[in-house]
Design a protein around this ligand. Structure first.
Ligand code: DGJ
Length: 711
């Protein structure tokens, strides 16, 4: 065995795999250079902790699966037992498979076993060309009798210089709220027991050097790619170790491995940067964009009719919306909730995936034909995992629920969850979705919703979230196999199912049900830490937000929705001629800019005044960029200070001007910055280090700036 050094982009992972125990992680973080065997041995020696008084006589060895037998007294990597025995392990290294091709991810498979405990362990590690690390543990029951897994959590060590933690929390309509604090002794565990990823899911748990920001500081982060119950955890021990990790949260008895059976953890994604949070996003976005299944076509500008009509489905009204949408430049029309049997409001119908003949006497085809005839794609809303007790499906199969015997879980939006771990329920849902798509070849998009937590989610008397999560993945995979041309959106009461496992089988997420542009600025900024803009649905809502009742002008709403997978969620049939003209201009602007917005590097500005936010996208050859500056509130200062525009080539010169084609915010006439009328030419260094003064915008306004290299 050996000391392994995986290097990709600017990241190194060094593992002491000389045995006999599991490999010790010597280093995860910045590249340590091209080290020969002797240099690796010396690095390994240099990182062995000292033996201190009142402690173990051997230094502890922290592996990707921490064990008490290796001197670890923190949260164990494996919690499990075989009828009360085999509860502590000492895995021995059996072998390593190492594959480090120059043009593909480096891969290491660690094979280990604890013969006394009757367990086998495989650890799969990849380091992709951008520096993104993934880890997965697979546990095998090699013994006699069932082995119960209560927790299996990969972890990575983080050096002591990381002294602050940042993670995200939230609720319906307020997803991805950042929270930040010093990293002190103890465990900071972000647990989600929603049976879905959760509005409060952190997306990333970040540890970093003091004061790290979007553009500065050294940061380490992990993401737990799982759409069921999960934990993402940072632990700092008084013994000196700090770790980041994540895995599935398992209920008692949920995973009982029969002899020969295996349990796989979710993938733990891990990423490092020494240029702040934007550097984390660089790696994650590059990784996602390189996937063979990443959406490659221009993201169609979407009209979703939910906030325009809610459950009030009327063919003529919907046709009129489609006509207006086509006129404005929209490219996809999505018919939301309310089209299926009995679904006149949210109390009934879920599960009955047949077109409601009382509302749609000729079926959906007349609308689909009308929409596609206008050159728009047609999308349809579904919520396949759910059932209303007031539905034919429930009346026929009241036992097809995730529930504890003898009682129904507490109702939530009047609905319950189908147990897709039951083959008959799974087959029924697959058949219905498949039939819908086969009967309506014009449907090229599904908005896949999931509007409640899984509560007391029992499957034949045992915990069922794990099985349900895998069944949903199977369902999506099978449907995609049968209908490869259909795109799928992951929606879950807004942004409650945003994770990299669901995104391996869907094409975008609905970040939030809140279309208030002010709230959206924050929701999108923090969702964008993990996901590139083209995977985040961003829609222009009505003037008065339906969820917050704030009123915003169209410019602010449109500039906020400009950068992502752009769309409209507003009753555009009833808007004024002036609004139509302006909206069409924003849609045209988005289409002109989207090749840049959906491929370039995302930058977020660390501006000292919390009332001013700026962000942008810079193309990879740094010849062009688009930035938006938004005022979130009034500023304490008369002027909030120049806004720096980072990410450009310091040596090249750029023309900066207000973006052409859409009206500037109303206040600019009165209080323009002197340069704004004709633009200004500055070097990339001056833009990043000095920046530009802004007009005195009113609160809740945005200015979009276009930046082009000048020859
Ligand atoms: C919740 C979603 O997030 C909304 O966009 C909408 O589709 C409703 N469900 C429909 O019931």
């Amino acid at each position: 065995m050996t000391i392994l050094h995986l290097r990709r982009a600017r990241t190194s992972l060094v593992l002491d795999a000389r045995g006999p125990g599991l490999p010790r992680v010597v280093h995860w973080g910045g590249d340590v250079g091209d080290l020969d065997a002797d240099a690796l041995r010396q690095l390994t020696d240099a990182t062995v902790p000292p033996v201190v008084p009142s402690s173990f006589d051997e230094p502890p060895a922290l592996s990707l699966l921490p064990e008490a037998s290796a001197g670890w007294s923190g949260r164990p990597g494996l919690v499990g037992h075989r009828d009360g025995r085999d509860w502590s392990t000492a895995f021995q290294l059996d072998g390593l498979d190492v594959d480090q091709p120059s043009d593909a991810p480096a891969r290491v498979t660690v094979r280990a076993s604890d013969r006394a405990a009757g367990l086998g362990l495989t650890i799969e590690i990849t380091l992709d060309p951008y520096g993104l690390l993934t880890i997965r543990h697979r546990l095998r029951n090699d013994g006699d009798g069932a082995y119960e897994v209560q927790g299996l959590t990969p972890v990575l060590p983080v050096p002591a210089v990381a002294t602050e933690l940042l993670d995200l929390t939230g609720r319906w309509c307020r997803e991805r709220s950042p929270q930040r604090h010093p990293w002190q002794h103890g465990a900071w565990a972000r647990e989600g027991r929603h049976g879905r990823t959760g509005h409060d899911a952190t997306l990333l748990l970040v540890a970093g050097t003091a004061g790290f920001g979007f553009g500065h500081g050294e940061v380490w982060a992990v993401h737990t790619a799982w759409s069921g119950d999960h934990v993402t955890v940072a632990e700092r021990r008084p013994t000196g170790e700090s770790t980041l990790g994540g895995g599935e949260l398992l209920a008692p008895g949920e995973i009982r491995l029969a002899p020969g059976e295996e349990y796989d953890t979710p993938l733990l994604y891990a990423v490092w940067s020494d240029v702040g949070l934007d550097g984390l996003s660089d790696v994650l976005h590059a990784h996602l964009r390189a996937r063979p299944g990443h959406p490659r076509s221009p993201r169609p500008v979407t009209l979703n009719v939910w906030e325009a009509v809610y459950f009030d489905h009327d063919l003529d009204r919907l046709r009129a919306l489609a006509d207006r949408a086509a006129h404005l430049g929209v490219e996809r029309f999505v018919l939301d909730d309310g089209w299926f049997r009995g679904r006149r409001d949210d109390t009934a119908g879920l599960g009955d995936w047949y077109v409601d003949e009382s509302v749609w006497p000729d079926g959906l085809q007349p609308l689909i034909d009308h929409v596609t005839g206008q050159g728009l794609q047609f999308g349809l809303w579904v919520e396949p995992e759910m059932v209303n007790p007031d539905s034919d499906l429930f009346r026929a199969h009241p036992d097809w629920l995730l529930a504890v015997p003898g009682r129904l879980p507490p109702a939530w939006r009047n609905q319950q969850v189908l147990d897709l771990g039951r083959p008959e329920a799974y087959d029924h849902v697959l058949e219905r979705l498949d039939a819908l798509l086969r009967d309506h070849p014009g449907i090229s998009y599904l908005k896949w919703d999931h509007n409640r937590d899984l509560t007391e989610a029992g499957h034949h008397g045992r915990p069922g979230v794990h099985g349900q999560t895998l069944a949903v993945y199977r369902l999506l995979d099978e449907l995609r196999r049968r209908h490869p041309g259909v795109e799928i959106e992951s929606c879950s009461s807004g942004g409650a199912r945003v994770d990299l496992a669901i995104l391996a089988r869907t094409d975008r997420v609905w970040a939030s049900d809140c279309n208030d542009a002010l709230e959206r600025l924050s929701i999108q900024r923090w969702t964008g830490l993990l996901l590139p803009p083209e995977l985040i649905g961003t829609h222009i809502g009505p003037e008065r937000s339906h969820t917050t009742h704030r009123v915003h002008d169209l410019g602010f709403r449109a500039a906020t929705a400009l950068f992502g997978h752009h769309g409209i969620e507003w009753d555009i049939a009833s808007i004024s001629a002036a609004e139509q003209t302006e909206l069409a201009a924003w849609v045209a602007l988005h289409k002109r800019l989207r090749p840049l917005l959906h491929a370039g590097r995302v930058v977020r500005v660390d501006h000292p005044d919390p009332a001013v936010w700026a962000h942008g996208v810079v193309d990879h050859d740094t010849t062009r960029a688009v930035y938006a500056v938004a005022t979130l509130a009034t500023s304490v200062a008369q002027t909030p200070g120049a806004v720096r525009l980072p990410g450009l080539d310091p040596a090249r010169r750029y023309r900066v001007r207000a973006v052409a084609g859409v009206p500037a915010p109303a206040t600019i006439e009165r209080s323009a910055a002197p340069w704004l009328a004709s633009g200004v030419t500055l070097s990339g260094a001056a833009l990043a280090r000095v920046g530009v003064q802004l007009p005195a915008l009113h609160p809740e306004q945005s200015l979009v700036l276009e930046v082009d290299e000048v020859g």
